[in-house]
Design a protein around this ligand. Sequence first.
Ligand SMILES: N[C@@H](CCC[C@H](N)C(=O)O)C(=O)O
Length: 333
Amino acid sequence: MVVKMIKVHGSGNDFYLLDQTQFPEPLSDTELKQLAVNVCKRDGAGLYDGADGVLVVDRSEHPQVLGRMRVINADGTEASMCGNGLRTVARYLGTQNSRDAFQVQTMYADLKVQAVADFANHVPAFSVEISPVSFDAQTLGMHANHNASTIINEKIPALSPDLKFSAVAVPNPHLIAFVDHATLVGPELGRIGKWMNDGQNEIFPDGVNVSFVEVLGANSIFVRTFERGVGFTNACGTAMSASSLMYVLLHQDSTDFNTEIHVTNPGGMVKTVVHQGADEEYWMELIGNATFVRIVTLPLQAALAGELAGASATDTGEQPAYEHFVAGLTTQK
Ligand SMILES: N[C@@H](CCC[C@H](N)C(=O)O)C(=O)O
């Protein structure tokens, strides 16, 4: 049997999108984990240029929901949410069903998605809901500062003598620090990110996505992320959403709720809007590209065995348009 996957990305955070409805029976969780580890390898060892993870699409049993998304990191671990990936899954399901606005089932919530105006010629874009949000240490799997119940703009001396951190689940776990430019580009993010995801530390035993954020000006931030289960990525959608929430909560001198925030990252740019619902719950809009790079096919058993040489690919032609869009961002700075 041949498996078809689409190489996709949101702001340069790239994935293989696997629609399991192509199979008579879905793959097992063990098979999905093995497939992700095999195809995501970088430096030529994976499927073409590898990926940050696999987005698994299945049917949803929920009414008014067009499909279900699961996200498997490059190391085979499953996460509860993927913001950049959700935009590409939304485009995939919307195109299949000729719908612009609908919901997608994720691990903890059915989330609203909507097609929006292209970011540029041949750079399609979607807006997706990021929620639920929690600051609770137990939800985060966090044991810091003598098992504090929350960490919001506070030092974690065990991690750093200087930096102040905020821990928030959206619903996957994020640890965020606002820093100056030298710290943003320095080695500290890698040191903390590697340590918090070593599988042995006692602060985040199950790991955490770690982000440093630089405030560039009013309603403008830059987010750099070391991702759980992956490492450094071009962008992390849930990290940029969580960082935008903390930006609104901690820096209302230069931004606010219900205000479009320009979020740049090593892979490009997205926009976010932070909302507070009637029930005081926070939720974010994440607005950005949903680029399909190429269609890939290969024998399923070979993919599961890590024998990838027999793959074939058809480029969509969208990547040069995305790169032109990003180049334009640089000139706009
Ligand atoms: N890059 C994704 C997040 C993928 C999951 C994350 N690495 C985790 O393990 O929580 C995004 O765009 O949100």
